[in-house]
Design a protein around this ligand. Structure first.
Ligand code: PGA
Length: 245
C-alpha cells in the first residue's frame, strides 16, 4: 500500500524523510538502513547529520546497504556512490564503516559481485527501511524501463536518458559510466518499509504514473512499489503536478 505525503518543497521533503528514518531508529537501534544516492536524498542526509550532532540519533549499531554503484569508477572517485555516502553521511556520524555496504563497482568478476551483494542483503534480513529516489523515466536504483526488469542485484546497462541526466555531475557526458550494479526489484521489495522521495517537475510524469494508474508496468519500474505493503512516498508540489487528488 502506498501512502502519499505532498509537501511544499525540497526542504520540507528532506525534513519529513529524515523524520521517517528517525522513527525507525527510535524503535530499533540496530536497524538496517537501505540507502540511496543522487541529488534527492542529500537534504535528508543533512537533516540526519544535524539530528546526530544534536544528540538525537545514534548510528553506532546501524548497518546500511546501498542500492547501487557505477561500474568502473574507483571508490575514491568523487562521483562513486561509496564516496557520496562517505561524504554525505558516513564520515559525519558515528557509524562503523565496516557496517556499511555499497556494491563494489570494481570487482574483477562483476557477476560474482552481484551474487555476493544479494547474499549480504539476505544475511542482514533485508532493510528495515529502504530509501529510494526516482529517475525522470521511473527508474528506481538503476532498474531502467525495459521489457524485463531484473529481480535481484545485477549489472545493468544505463539508458541514454540516465547517462544524460547524470552527466550534470561529470566533466563531460563521455565520462559517465555506461554500466552500473544495482539491486533488482525483488531485492528492493525485500525491505520492510520503503520511502520514495521526489522533488521537481522532471519527476512529475513518472510520479503521476506511479500514483494514479494503480497498475504495474516494466516501462516505469517504480510502479512495482505498488506490490509492497508499506510504502511512503514524500513528494513536493512540483513532483505532484499530475497526481490526481
Ligand atoms: P536524482 O536521481 O536524485 O539525482 O534526481 C534520482 C535517480 O535517478 O534515482
Amino acid at each position: 500500500m502506498i501512502n502519499t505525503i505532498i509537501v511544499k518543497d525540497y526542504d520540507e521533503m528532506s525534513e519529513k524523510a529524515a523524520e521517517e528514518i528517525c522513527k525507525v531508529l527510535s524503535c530499533k537501534k540496530n536497524a538496517i538502513l537501505g540507502l540511496a544516492t543522487g541529488s534527492t536524498p542529500i537534504g535528508m542526509y543533512e537533516n540526519l547529520v544535524k539530528k546526530y550532532e544534536n544528540g538525537n540519533i545514534d548510528f553506532s549499531e546501524v548497518k546500511t546497504v546501498n542500492l547501487d554503484e557505477y561500474v568502473g569508477l574507483e571508490k575514491d572517485h568523487d562521483q562513486s556512490y561509496r564516496y557520496f555516502m562517505d561524504f554525505n553521511l558516513f564520515d559525519k556520524v558515528n557509524i562503523n564503516k565496516e557496517n556499511t555496504h555499497v556494491p563494489n563497482g570494481n570487482a574483477v568478476d562483476m557477476e560474482e559481485e552481484a551474487i555476493l551483494y544479494e547474499k549480504i542483503i539476505d544475511s542482514l534480513g533485508g532493510a528495515d527501511i529502504q530509501v529510494l529516489g526516482i529517475g525522470g523515466n521511473g527508474h528506481v536504483g538503476f532498474n531502467e524501463p525495459d521489457d524485463k526488469l531484473s529481480l535481484y542485484t545485477s549489472v545493468v546497462k544505463l539508458k541514454d536518458e540516465t547517462i544524460k541526466d547524470n552527466s550534470r555531475f561529470f566533466d563531460s557526458i563521455d565520462d559517465v559510466p555506461k554500466y552500473a550494479i544495482s539491486m533488482g526489484m525483488a531485492s528492493i521489495l525485500k525491505a520492510k518499509k520503503i520511502l520514495l522521495l521526489a522533488s521537481g517537475e522532471n519527476k512529475a510524469k513518472a510520479i503521476g504514473e506511479l500514483l494514479n494508474e494503480k497498475a504495474v508496468t516494466t516501462k516505469n519500474p517504480s510502479t512495482f512499489l505498488g506490490l509492497h505493503h508499506d510504502v511512503i512516498v514524500i513528494i513536493d508540489e512540483k513532483a505532484a503536478k499530475y497526481v490526481k487528488r
